[in-house]
Design a protein around this ligand. Sequence first.
Ligand code: SF4
Length: 457
Amino acid sequence: MNQEIERIEFTAEMRKTYKILLPNMLTLHFRILVGAFQGMGYNVELLTSCDRTIVDEGLKYVHNDTCYPALLVIGQFISALKSGRYDLDHTALLLTQTGGGCRASNYIHLLRKALVKAGFPQVPVISLNPAGLEKNSGFVIDLTMIRRALAGVIYGDLITLLANQTMAYETVPGATAAVTDRWVSLLAEELRAGRLVSRGKIKKTMKKIVADFAAIPLERVPKPKVGIVGEIYVKYSPLANNALEEFLHNEGCEVNVPGLLGFLQYIFDNNIADVDLYGGKKSLRFVNALLRRLLVSYETMMRKSIRKGSDLFCPAPHARVRELGDETIGLGCKMGEGWLLTAEMIELCEAGYENIVCVQPFGCLPNHIVGKGMVRKIRSTHPEANIVAVDYDPGATKVNQENRIKLMLSVAREKLEAGVRPAAESLHAEERSEARAEEGKSRKVGEAVTAKEGSVS
Ligand code: SF4
């Protein structure tokens, strides 16, 4: 049995000749990140397949009780290996591990078992994780990789945020898609060459990206504003959520999907909360606080570039989201997407995106607690919240999921027709004048957090 799940290390030798397959989660971000990895000498390919055979392959090799994201990722890998397109003796797989307490940290063992069962025991699996869970001599997470990956995340978040807004109101159909595609291709190329990753370059590039999206002609007709929150894989992956973003766009909505930078800060928040709540090394707390502060500085840079360069909506800083999580559910609640999921729903309500689709895999206990389980509590303080919780699993039909979402949208449209003005509309009008005041407020929150960290460490 132990033999079956024996780990094959990805060696330095393999790095020269192997192709590494990457599962599809954030389509736009990962397109940029593929360029970054290729520039560091890894022959990486992003899997973009999105058909039913992936689910069927997943069901063959993992139990149907297994978390849906694991079933899909494993199914996508096995389906690719069976496709005949790859040299099976020179192919490796890359899987992310969160390092948290949930089952996501253990998918990698399920994948190795599935590979043996499917007849591919020779295929190495590389773990990409921030916690040093597994090491491979041929895949080293060094400063170069961190800088390029971070740049990819920042650019991906910015483009997603802006594109979702302009796409809903563009007067020339396809204008947003053209700007998005141009930037994603250009950034993948630049990151491949190791350019546009320094702070100064990122700042300048963000300004240019914002200017390009701000130049897209828009007609701001009233539309339902819909936020998407949930378990990270189902929230972002069109494969897992049956192309939810596209469905909402086709239904005439403006979509808002909170970015990955907030999730990365949440990982550091959790490490800090562990020390605060249960004790542990102060040095560990200090390092996590430092890393979080680095992410905050990029977030501030992004927010400034949006506010200064456009009239487009800019989300609250993560410090504010954390504050909401602390007030509502507590920072110790951190299994799955933990307090972040609850806090993102409240932040969306406060930003005018009070119509929310909360997505989770069926049987995902942690996210049912912090997602669906918190809806009543959120409604008690934000009665405007119009939230629908939707489950995803191999047996759930797309038609049922879409019908439930359409029901939520009909309530949103009724409110629009009745003249209940979404808060976001007023935000658009007032945002510029409030920008200075709010920037001061978030600076104060940041300073308070920094002072607190300083006093503890
Ligand atoms: S968050 Fe849910 S889906 Fe993800 S590993 Fe945990 S239980 Fe599974």
